[in-house]
Design a protein around this ligand. Structure first.
Ligand code: CP
Ligand code: NVA
Length: 320
């Protein structure tokens, strides 16, 4: 039983295959010629403990387009919210469903459900990681940096410099640290010292035997200097709302604005997983600038997640 709950659950070779499938799916969808039935006759649950726009819709549409039926499960509406355990819920759901996409708070929920081994589990964001987003972000850059040559997608990412500004202890920052090391991409993070990358992600790298490719600074311009792409995420992630005022005041110097973009390489891209909080982590000017590829990035969630599901359905269910 294979799962996709962290960036390293697929080998680099598998990532290349997923990206190639996503590129095919994207092209065929735009031509109206896509006929794929990887999930024919299957029902996949989408269990969400947190809010979502992109992830829930792209997974719903994606499962449908692969021939399966998506079953939207809002945790608030399940017996989970009245005390039924996650393990019992997962065991019951596995009697109906063929796979489960989960967006949750504690990452341990994903680990617990995947350990049961009753159905494949896909991480649709936890407090710790957002692997579907990071695969999509690398795919979106590779489309551009490879000149459209799918065989060169991963190679085109190697040695690039990505700057990540703001909350460098959040799920997106962790996913860049892990995904960057997996692929050999340099990640320069800048944020307040008390929001620096935490021990958990450092230990993850050493457990995985990966050479760290990230560094942390408190200087946003130093991080952005010479970067091929500048990224930011909300300063107050879901579940952190009580800390909002404190975070806003501490992270103000790390806003991505025109000055930050000027420090990056000529032709550097700006990306954001969205939703954006305009005037906080990024200015409207940067969001609207030619450097910004945020909506292509959002679109690609659909193609990449379909490729991830297709990969699990053809390689995941036969391996132990
Ligand atoms: N980027 C992202 O995961 O968006 P949603 O929270 O809207 O799903
Ligand atoms: N770090 C953000 C990502 C949202 C897609 C959050 O967890 O809220």
């Amino acid at each position: 039983m294979r799962h996709f709950i962290k960036e390293t659950d697929f080998t680099v070779g598998e990532m290349a295959a997923v990206f190639a499938t996503a590129a095919d799916m994207k092209r065929e969808r735009s031509q109206g010629t896509e006929k794929r039935a990887h999930l024919e006759g299957q029902s996949w649950g989408l269990l969400f403990f947190k809010k979502s726009t992109r992830t829930r819709v792209s997974f719903q549409v994606g499962v449908h387009e692969l021939g399966g039926q998506p079953v939207m499960l809002n945790a608030e509406e399940l017996q989970l919210s009245r005390g039924e355990t996650t393990a019992d819920t997962a065991r019951v759901l596995s009697r109906y469903l063929h796979g489960l996409v989960i967006r949750c708070y504690a990452h341990s929920v994903l680990e617990e459900v995947s350990r049961l081994g009753t159905l494949p589990v896909v991480n649709a964001l936890s407090d710790y990681l957002h692997p579907c987003q990071i695969y999509t972000d690398f795919f979106t850059l590779a489309e551009r940096w490879s000149g459209g040559d799918v065989k060169r997608y991963l190679e085109s990412l190697k040695g690039r410099k990505i700057a990540f500004l703001g909350d460098t202890a959040c799920n997106m920052a962790n996913s860049f640290i892990l995904g960057g090391a997996h692929l050999g991409v340099e990640i320069a993070l800048a944020g307040p010292a008390n929001y620096a990358p935490q021990a958990e992600i450092r230990e993850e790298l050493s457990r995985s035997g990966l050479v760290p490719s990230w560094r942390f600074t408190q200087d946003p311009i130093e991080a952005a200097r010479g970067a091929d792409m500048v990224y930011t995420d909300v300063w107050t992630s879901m579940g952190m709302e009580a800390e909002r005022a404190e975070r806003l005041s501490q992270m103000q110097p790390y806003q991505v604005n025109a000055a930050v973009m000027r420090a990056a390489k000529v032709g550097a891209y700006f990306m954001h997983c969205l939703p954006a909080h305009v005037g906080e982590e990024v200015t409207q000017e940067v969001l609207d600038s030619p450097a910004s590829i945020i909506f292509d990035q959002a679109e690609n969630r659909l193609h990449v997640q379909k490729a991830i599901l297709a990969h699990l359905s053809t390689h995941g269910l036969t391996q132990t």
